[in-house]
Design a protein around this ligand. Structure first.
Ligand SMILES: [Fe+2]
Length: 134
């Protein structure tokens, strides 16, 4: 599995938010490496739980930034956070017959982070830059 870099086009320009995105991606990269070396669900549990905690913390940080900026799409962005967290929590619990394969789960986590940055965070970044100019 390839490592995932946060390219310049996905940077928001907000140091904390960008740092958190990078940390989340690095954590998934580490899990992907572990899976390639044969790690199973139970071996990955501590890191999956850590990912979930960091994702929650990241979303809280973003929501605080949005409130501070009086971001007009706050409610919609927050709803996406809640939806993504619910999804991540369902899959992180443990291996069940409904759980996706580990590789598939990690791909979904990459998607969760990267697509969220692209679709929700970049419009927020654009808004913050515009506000800063006013
Ligand atoms: Fe984000």
């Amino acid at each position: 599995m390839d490592r995932h870099e946060l390219g310049e086009e996905l940077l928001t320009g907000h140091p904390l938010i960008d740092h958190q995105h990078q940390t989340l991606l690095a954590l998934i990269d580490g899990m992907a490496e572990a899976v390639e070396s044969g790690a199973n669900w139970s071996m990955l549990q501590p890191r999956l739980q850590l990912f979930l905690r960091l994702l929650e913390e990241h979303f809280r940080s973003e929501e605080q930034v949005m409130r501070e900026q009086y971001y007009p799409d706050y409610a919609q962005h927050r709803a996406v956070h809640q939806q993504l967290l619910a999804q991540a929590r369902r899959w992180n619990l443990s291996e069940t017959e409904h759980a996706p394969a580990l590789e598939e789960l990690l791909n979904v986590l990459y998607e969760v982070v990267l697509r969220h940055v692209e679709e929700e965070d970049l419009p927020l970044a654009f808004f913050m830059r515009r506000q800063a100019r006013c």
